[in-house]
Write a protein that binds this ligand. Structure first.
Ligand SMILES: Nc1ncnc2c1ncn2[C@@H]1O[C@H](COP(=O)(O)OP(=O)(O)OP(=O)(O)O)[C@@H](O)[C@H]1O
Ligand code: SF4
Ligand SMILES: [Mg+2]
Length: 332
């Protein structure tokens, strides 16, 4: 899946629009878990809404295109998305998904509603049989079909919603903070389920959105770091975690707690300040008011993209470091 140049903003009354996603492109290969990480309010869920073709009324997608296999789709006309895309090519597991079940309906009735809204010719009995088979294949108890949501634990509800959102075998599952409200063992069960969905080919790509960098480092193949509506760094998980090039990624890693006893002496540094109000994004580099490497030009000029599409950091300081290394190498 390739997503090109997504720009999306919320209208906010008479004030300026909230520029929640600004020129974001990304590429997710088959079999890959692609992680998106960043602080609260940096545009992750907005990007998820655009990519899953579920942008609401007050979110305008000013530009963007998606390519999936041989299909290409403009992302700008979200209400006119052709049938066969939403839930079938791309499915969303929204933030707080476990609360999206209908509290007054048994899981089986909810499944019938959801599946038949995509395929009205499917008989309720067949929709249930399909769900039953899927639960068995994933080693989940079939009895959940007869339960109401309040009869299930939070972890089970989250897994059930993941099963429902992938029943139609979407090519891409976009999971928005799927484990942030779960305890550690439910988190693990959820991750195992996700891996099983991929291995069995029920889905072929996952976009995994989270604040949790340590969790992402365990499950993602590639990571994009978002700040104030933009991707500021991307690369393979080991590149981003082991040799972060952008000051924001470095600050995120430095502010992560580590339970490893060998690292307990490491000083945990918070990131000063807070992400900006996206109605008034800072000029130049949006991270400049918080960056410890800030230079004069950072507040004036947008930072350069240092690297290529698959591995880059958008930063003046990164460019300087690269140039210094190149000079040293030629002097040697
Ligand atoms: N419906 C909305 N109307 C207006 N502004 C919104 C709306 N939803 C989100 N925003 C704003 O858009 C920006 C991006 O929000 P978004 O929810 O995409 O961030 P996020 O990275 O998912 O945050 P979190 O980690 O807290 O879920 C924020 O400034 C937020 O206040
Ligand atoms: S461009 Fe400048 S302000 Fe932005 S992250 Fe790089 S050094 Fe910091
Ligand atoms: Mg969010």
């Amino acid at each position: 899946m390739d997503v090109y140049n997504v720009r999306a903003h919320y209208s906010a009354g008479s004030g300026p629009p909230v520029k929640a996603v600004d020129d974001v492109s990304l590429s997710v290969s088959e079999g890959e878990v692609f992680g998106i990480v960043g602080e609260s309010g940096c545009g992750k869920s907005t990007l998820a809404a655009v990519m899953s073709l579920t942008a609401g009324r007050n979110l305008t997608v000013a530009s963007g295109e998606m390519a999936l296999g041989d299909h290409r789709l403009p992302l700008t006309e979200q209400i006119r998305i052709p049938k066969g895309w939403r839930g079938i090519q791309v499915a969303l597991l929204p933030q707080r998904a476990m609360n999206s079940l209908n509290p007054t309906a048994r899981i089986r009735d909810f499944i019938v509603d959801v599946v038949r809204s995509h395929n009205p010719s499917l008989r309720p009995h067949d929709a249930i049989r399909q769900a039953q088979e899927r639960l068995e294949q994933l080693s989940l108890p079939v009895r959940v079909l007869d339960s109401y949501p309040h009869q299930l634990s939070g972890g089970m509800r989250q897994r059930v919603v993941a099963v429902i959102s992938t029943l139609l075998n979407p090519k891409v599952l976009i999971a928005d903070e799927p484990t942030s409200a779960l305890d550690v063992s439910s988190q693990k069960q959820f991750i195992v389920l996700l891996q099983e969905l991929l291995q069995r080919g029920f889905i072929t790509r996952v976009v995994y959105i989270t604040h949790d960098l340590p969790m992402l480092s365990n499950i993602a193949d590639r990571i994009a770091v978002m700040y104030a509506g933009k991707i500021v760094e991307t690369g393979t998980t080991s590149q981003v975690i082991e040799s972060p090039q952008h000051p924001y990624t470095q600050a995120l890693i430095a502010s992560t707690l580590d339970i490893d006893p060998q690292l307990r002496g490491r000083q945990i540094k918070g990131i000063p300040g807070a992400p900006p109000d996206l109605r008034y994004p800072p000029s130049g580099c949006r991270f400049h008011p918080r960056c410890s490497y800030v230079m004069d030009k950072c507040s004036r000029e947008a930072p350069p993209i240092v690297g290529d599409d698959s591995r880059f950091a958008a930063c003046w300081w990164t460019l300087e470091q690269l140039e210094k290394t190149a000079v040293k190498e030629t002097e040697r």
